[in-house]
Design a protein around this ligand. Structure first.
Ligand SMILES: Nc1ncnc2c1ncn2[C@@H]1O[C@H](COP(=O)(O)OP(=O)(O)O)[C@@H](O)[C@H]1O
Ligand SMILES: [Mg+2]
Length: 409
């Protein structure tokens, strides 16, 4: 009898906005928890479609069409939750559907605030939450005047950007001036900000009823030059000691943006003073194989289970990490193209040594594909996930990993 009751409670459809490779862990989790799944994707061959009970062929950004399709499709059960592992417009669609269907979520107006880095960073700054100093201009001539006031190096990036596309770093006034002469950046579309020298961390969590629940703090290792492609994410963070400050910082973001329910990811720099500086934050699960690979393997908890549970309106229960082996360190490591635009000849398998455990390996390119660092995250060739328990400095391990595979170009 008890099982029947449990099954009854779990009945219903869970909606995933998006059914691509990144959304697969969300759909799989909802399936494993006993829900029927509805997936929305414009690509009928998306990998998540095969494991969904209902497939809706629609772009994840077409929130009105998605809602209309959901209203007209004959369903045998009620819809109990909607979520997404995608980013940007898909998060807006999820919010729109959740508010229309009166499901757990956040109002679409709040999600909109996060669309534009300039907008939300200004808002956070006005409440005393530190982000890089940002320069404002209205026209070519006002930008030219600004040239002498800027502290170099300076970062120029799209205000609605993502995935490391269009990130530029200028070391000197001359370099930046040249760029402006070639191509004037529209102040509506670009952010010009102080370059913060220092380590970078990524923080993942889930917000429920405006309360932030922290899942992970990992160190982010990037190429030294723009577009600062990720080389690795590592656990535990060297900045774990900032946990209390991180929680307070993000709780404040939630307060000032009025974010209610959903995933949350934030990227911070730690400046010369040891202070947290927010670079970017979003009402998203985040990519980089952190929620789907790093968290379950390094922390021994399931992000997606908590996420689905929260969305279907169950009380949020923070998962308790199972015992983590002493001295365990973990990394997600990316192999990037060596040159600006290179044709890939071969991608070898990764061979772990006895002290390592490999939990994830995925080729993101095929032989004969071209890889180009200007494509941001899309230029990645291969990614692996590893844990190990012996005493090795993180730097030494990452250095070693860079030589363990030789991608043929
Ligand atoms: N003001 C800055 N100071 C230092 N590094 C920066 C700054 N802005 C961006 N970066 C670097 O560029 C990366 C990408 O910038 P971000 O704003 O996160 O863009 P995206 O949305 O493409 O991820 C950051 O993770 C960081 O490494
Ligand atoms: Mg970023």
């Amino acid at each position: 009898m008890v099982t029947e009751e449990a099954d009854l409670k779990k009945s219903g459809y869970f909606i995933s906005i998006g059914a691509g490779l990144n959304q697969k862990p969300l759909i799989e989790t909802a399936n494993s928890m006993g829900f029927k799944t509805i997936s929305i994707d414009k690509n009928d061959r998306a990998v998540g479609m095969d494991i969904s009970d209902v497939k809706i062929l629609e772009s994840t950004s077409e929130y009105r069409k998605i809602y209309s399709a959901l209203r007209h499709i004959p369903l045998t059960d009620k819809i109990v939750g909607v979520g997404t592992r995608s980013f940007g417009k898909a998060t807006y669609s999820a919010a729109y559907v959740s508010s229309k269907l009166k499901l757990v979520g956040t109002s679409p107006e709040v999600i909109k605030v996060f669309e534009d880095k300039k907008k939300y960073l200004n808002l956070l700054n006005s409440h005393g939450l530190k982000s890089p100093k940002s320069y404002q201009w209205q026209s070519k001539s006002s930008l030219n005047k600004l040239l002498n006031e800027i502290d170099y190096p300076v970062i120029l990036k799209p205000s609605k950007g993502n995935g490391k596309i269009g990130i530029e770093l200028f070391q000197t006034k001359e370099e930046f001036k040249q760029r402006l002469e070639k191509n004037y950046p529209d102040p509506q579309k670009f952010v010009l900000e102080e370059f913060i020298d220092g380590a970078e961390i990524t923080v993942l969590g889930i917000v429920n009823r405006s309360e932030f629940h922290l899942f992970s703090i990992t160190d982010k290792w990037t190429t030294p030059q723009a577009p600062f492609l990720e080389i690795a994410h590592t656990y535990p963070s060297k900045y774990q000691y900032l946990e209390a400050e991180i929680r307070i910082f993000i709780q404040n973001i939630i307060l000032f943006t009025k974010y209610k329910n959903g995933p949350f990811v934030a990227e911070f720099k730690i400046d010369k003073n040891g202070d947290l500086i927010i670079l970017e934050c979003n009402p998203e699960v985040g990519g980089e194989f952190l929620a789907d690979q790093m968290i379950p393997n390094a922390y021994n908890i399931s992000y997606f289970k908590s996420y689905v549970k929260m969305l279907i309106g169950n009380k949020f229960i923070k998962p308790i990490p199972k015992r983590i082996p002493k001295n365990q360190i973990a990394c997600i490591y990316y192999y990037l193209p060596a040159f600006v635009r290179s044709k890939i000849r071969s991608i070898p398998d990764f061979i772990s040594n006895p002290s390592e455990k490999i939990f994830f390996e995925l080729n993101l390119k095929k032989e004969n594909d071209f890889a180009d660092r200007t494509n941001g995250n899309n230029s990645r060739i291969k990614v692996i996930g590893l844990t190990r328990t012996d005493n090795i400095q993180m730097e030494a391990w990452l250095e070693e990993l860079s030589t363990r595979i030789e991608i043929g170009f």
